[in-house]
Ligand binder design. Structure first.
Ligand SMILES: Nc1ncnc2c1ncn2[C@@H]1O[C@H](COP(=O)(O)OP(=O)(O)OP(=O)(O)O)[C@@H](O)[C@H]1O
Ligand SMILES: [Mg+2]
Length: 265
């Protein structure tokens, strides 16, 4: 159980309209190398703030206390190379006026030192890996020519293009319909296993988190209220709040849904 990321006493506040919002309060948490860890909690509980803090993407209006260390890396991480980040809205990570091939190739070129032609070949392989139909023509397509689910596949391809150690997916499937959501969850699971990545999967949906994660951390009002294996959190939550999140879901077994989508877990 060696930590890829070690978070100690992390506190994040935002300044807004003269007020100070405490978004994270004294969070201590290890992300174990190779694990799939989910962060769940209601809106405003601090999930995205944690993801942004780990990725070094917090806005200038924030103040940070505590430490985030990378013992599993042995140096400061570089976003794009060591950390792949998939946002809820793929439009936030995709450039509307650049072809899909160029966007993915750019990541591979910047971080892996490939030539353009090597990087385009890599982009094509990545589009195949995220199972985008017709990767050859998709290389030359623009984001608006794709569906929401396809755009998210492209965003995932760009996020993993440099072979990051940590993949962070922040509500990456929340804007998608249920079937597409199940497909993307299955895809993330597959890619993470294939590349041996560590996954930080962020969701307000405990059922979705349980499909994908080996451990679940429950956040509420900026605090880590419960952390355990998925089986333990689902079968025997110690916190009433976790039980409330569980009770909001009827039937945690996602197998029927995945089967309907023609996928296996
Ligand atoms: N840039 C910001 N400026 C000011 N306050 C912010 C900012 N970003 C987040 N906050 C506040 O910090 C708290 C935590 O927000 P955060 O976005 O981390 O929650 P979340 O769990 O990701 O919520 P959601 O499920 O809605 O995405 C909330 O009170 C939010 O309003
Ligand atoms: Mg969020």
């Amino acid at each position: 159980m060696s930590a890829l990321v070690s978070i100690r006493d992390l506190t994040v506040t935002y300044r807004r309209d003269g007020n100070v919002v405490a978004a994270l309060k004294n969070i201590s948490l290890d992300i174990v190398a190779g694990e799939r860890l989910a962060i769940i909690g209601e809106s405003g509980s601090g999930k995205s703030t944690l993801a942004l803090a780990i990725a070094g993407l917090l806005p200038a209006s924030s103040a940070v206390g505590g430490r985030i260390e990378w013992p599993g890396l042995g140096r400061a991480p570089l976003l794009g190379r060591d950390i792949g980040f998939v946002f809820q809205d793929p439009s936030a990570s995709l450039d509307p006026v650049m072809t899909i091939g160029k966007q993915i190739a750019e990541v591979a070129r910047t971080h892996l030192g490939l030539t353009w032609s090597q990087a385009y070949a890599k982009a094509k392989t990545l589009l195949e890996r995220v199972r985008l139909p017709d990767p050859d023509s998709a290389l030359h397509a623009f984001p608006h020519q794709l569906s929401g689910g396809q755009k998210q596949r492209v965003a995932i391809a760009a996020a993993i293009a440099a072979g990051p150690k940590l993949l962070i997916a922040d509500e990456a499937t929340s804007a998608l319909d249920t079937i597409v959501q199940a497909e993307i969850v299955a895809l993330i699971r597959h890619l993470v296993a294939e590349d041996g990545m560590t996954l930080l999967f962020i969701s307000h949906d405990i059922a979705l988190a349980a499909q994908l994660a080996e451990r679940i951390a429950v956040f509420r009002h900026g605090q880590l209220v419960e952390l355990g294996t998925t089986a333990r959190i689902v079968d025997a939550p110690t916190q009433a709040y976790t039980r409330t999140l569980l009770d909001a879901h009827i039937g945690l077994d996602a197998a029927p849904l995945l089967n309907r989508a023609g996928l296996s877990a």
